[in-house]
Design a binder for this molecule. Structure first.
Ligand code: NAG
Length: 659
């Protein structure tokens, strides 16, 4: 035997004993990633937490390990992605968003959550209207993502009198980003027949002009249901919205999402997109249910839900190609803690301004809200659902709602100690210290939105006042759930907030916004650039909450959420290494490439990784989105501030260095 082949033979023997060998069985790779920092988020000790190279074949990961072994997976047909030292990680799992409304909002006249005064708001809407063709006087103008508190702070009371400055005969409404307030012009009120004689609905309020009963054009909560428009979106609009949302998700590196309040129309829309070949994110829909009026109606509700989910759910084991999963329900147990809504269910009263005083606040005994679900009805409903194999995500914002959710889990645990169940408690903005350790004890998943732990006009100063100093430690206390042993799961709640995952992850770590990111209220300067009370979590924990922990809640952690041999190749490449950048830069990184099930679905403009994305970065939909977001009509007439905000938004996160 020649010396050369002897060495080869010894090499082969060594390989047979090394972990690489197992991978050889998978053969030559379709794609390899190498020369980078690949963070695996692995759960098993056999996979290192950080490797230099990875191989993918048939949509699955066939090797994670060192650079020197990767050559064995490459032949002429293999696409080789040189990471040039960049960070790669598992695709993001966003466990709480509203994908369809998010998509619809992308296609509407969009104020982009920016702090704008009346003049800029009016000019922007005028630009949207003037830029639209083929619309008649009866067509509604729907404007979205308004920062209402900032608008009021900058320009005082805003209602129909101010909106009537927009030069149009069309009915105009503006939605605040928190969904609680709608502003309407005179035409919209007229068409809806909302007049001085219209009484307030039970669950909402019609704003009135000072000293009169005449509607002001400010509609709070349930009052918005009095509006005669805009009409519900057409099938075509819904499809456009779904496509636009998926495009944004690809760009954001979100390879799996959970829609937190879905109905059958979601299925029709996303199933059509799937058949077109455009479903580029793994879709999990939580079927929205409402509380039955009495205990004896629970079992009929559950029977109904179980039958519906059986129709919609794709029961097959998940594979490279994304599908539609319907394995959980969603219920709203309360409202929100933010002032003046104060609709969340609390254990102790909200505080309110003392009558006749501007700055003294005291407990308001009338402020306690009943939860939307009676505890015994919730407990029974969850029990029957869990026994039928259906999981649940609950909206629980106040400490009483959180407690009721945990109590329901405890009751199930006691009655059925051996049954597995998944219960996600979403938001948990206020939680009682006695409940922090119960998440771990009961195996309940907190699904939290970190971006609410930065100062914003929704909290400062009134929400803090109405929760009172003594409850500060209970506000956004998710780090305590983790400290007590329960991993966190992250959900963006988009479009309630901008879809900006790395800003949220930065807030998770630092509990402060990013003055250089226009999506962060900190960019407005003091007082929003301060540090929120309470503690954050490590960078590692933050990334786990948006990958493997989310996958675990979806019962998909054997297939996705980490980069390990045999798992699906859902991978993203980041512009900057999240573990290495200084804290102040954590909230500004771009996703450069997104791969779902081995298929590259997105590559950022200007980056060449030697692979092509399946979808173009600009198409008809993108053009529509760009025109309608703030400044998108050329920013004519906007103030310098608003122009600067628009320009920063367009460039958000972009690295200043040339590559
Ligand atoms: C690997 O990446 C580094 C940047 O981190 C680059 O300087 C180097 O040239 C790359 N090596 C190869 C073999 O491409």
């Amino acid at each position: 035997m020649a010396r050369g082949s002897m060495l080869l033979w010894i090499g082969a023997m060594a390989a047979a004993l090394s972990p690489v060998t197992a991978a050889y069985g998978y053969g030559v790779a379709d794609v390899v990633f190498h020369n980078g920092s690949i963070y695996t988020m692995a759960t098993s000790s056999s996979t290192p937490s950080k490797v230099g190279a990875m191989a993918v074949r048939g949509g699955k990961i066939t090797y994670v390990g060192s650079e020197k072994n990767i050559k064995a997976f490459i032949d002429k047909k293999t696409k080789v992605v040189n990471l040039q030292g960049r960070m790669a990680m598992p695709g993001l799992v966003d466990s709480h968003m509203h994908v369809l409304s998010g998509g619809l909002y992308l296609l509407k006249c969009d104020l982009s959550y920016q702090a704008l005064g009346l003049e800029d708001v009016v000019k922007h809407i005028q630009g949207c209207i003037d830029g639209e063709t083929g619309k008649g006087d009866a067509d509604w103008v729907e404007v979205v993502n308004m920062d209402y508190p900032s608008l009021v702070e900058k320009s005082g009371a805003v209602g129909k009198l101010q909106l009537d400055k927009i030069n149009t005969k069309r009915p105009v409404i503006i939605r605040s980003s928190d969904y609680h307030t709608i502003l309407a012009n005179s035409r919209a009120l007229e068409l809806s027949d909302i007049t001085a004689d219209t009484p307030d609905p039970a669950n909402g309020k019609i704003g009135r002009l000072p000293g009169s009963k005449e509607p002001s054009g400010v509609l709070q909560d349930g009052a918005s249901s009095l509006l005669a428009g805009p009409p519900t979106p057409s099938d075509e609009e819904n499809l456009d919205a779904g496509r636009a949302a998926l495009k944004l998700l690809r760009e954001a590196g979100i390879t799996t999402f959970q829609d937190a309040a879905a109905g059958e129309s979601h299925h029709t829309i996303f199933d059509t997109i799937k058949k077109e070949g455009g479903l580029t994110s793994r879709a999990y829909f939580d079927y929205r249910i409402e509380a039955p009026s009495s205990l004896n109606k629970v079992s009929a509700l559950v029977t109904d839900v179980v039958a519906k989910l059986a129709d919609l759910h794709d029961r097959a084991k998940i594979g490279p190609k994304p599908t539609l999963k319907w394995q959980a329900v969603k219920a709203f147990v309360d409202g929100v803690i933010t002032y003046p809504s104060n609709t969340a269910a609390l254990i102790e009263p909200y505080w309110a301004p003392v009558h006749g005083s501007d700055d003294k606040w005291a407990p308001d005994p009338d402020s306690l809200n009943d939860p939307y679900w009676k505890p015994e009805i919730l407990t029974k409903t969850l029990e029957l659902l869990f026994l039928a194999g259906v999981d649940a995500q609950l909206h629980v914002d106040g400490d009483l709602a959180v407690r009721i959710g945990l109590d329901a889990a405890e009751s199930f645990r006691k009655k059925h100690p051996r049954r597995s169940f998944k219960l996600g408690l979403a938001h948990d903005e206020l939680s009682h210290q006695k409940d922090w350790a119960r998440f771990a004890k009961l195996g309940v998943d907190p699904i939290v939105s970190y971006q609410w732990s930065q100062f914003s006009s929704f909290y400062l100063p009134d929400t803090f006042q109405s929760l009172a100093e003594y409850r500060l430690r209970n506000l956004q206390a998710w780090a305590k759930f983790e400290a007590a042993g329960r991993d966190l799961v992250y959900g963006s709640d988009w479009p309630i907030d901008p879809l900006d995952q790395f800003l949220a992850l930065k807030v998770a770590v630092t509990r402060s916004g990013d003055p250089k990111n226009p999506n962060s209220p900190a960019s407005q300067g003091p007082p929003y650039d301060g540090v929120f009370p309470g503690s954050g979590i490590s960078r590692e924990s933050a990334l786990r909450s948006i990958t493997i922990n989310g996958a675990r809640f979806l019962r998909a952690d054997k297939e996705i959420g980490s980069l390990e041999v045999g798992k699906l190749a859902d991978v993203i490449i980041l512009e900057k290494n999240f573990f290495k950048v200084p804290e102040e830069a954590l909230g500004r990184t771009r996703v450069l490439l997104t791969m779902v099930g081995g298929e590259v679905v997105y590559v950022v403009d200007g980056q060449k990784f030697g692979v092509k994305a399946k979808f173009p970065n600009s198409d008809k939909t993108t053009a529509k989105i760009a025109r309608r977001s703030i400044g998108g009509f050329g920013a004519q007439g906007l103030s310098e501030d608003a122009k600067a905000a628009a320009s920063k938004l367009r460039k958000r996160g972009e690295c200043v260095h040339k590559h």
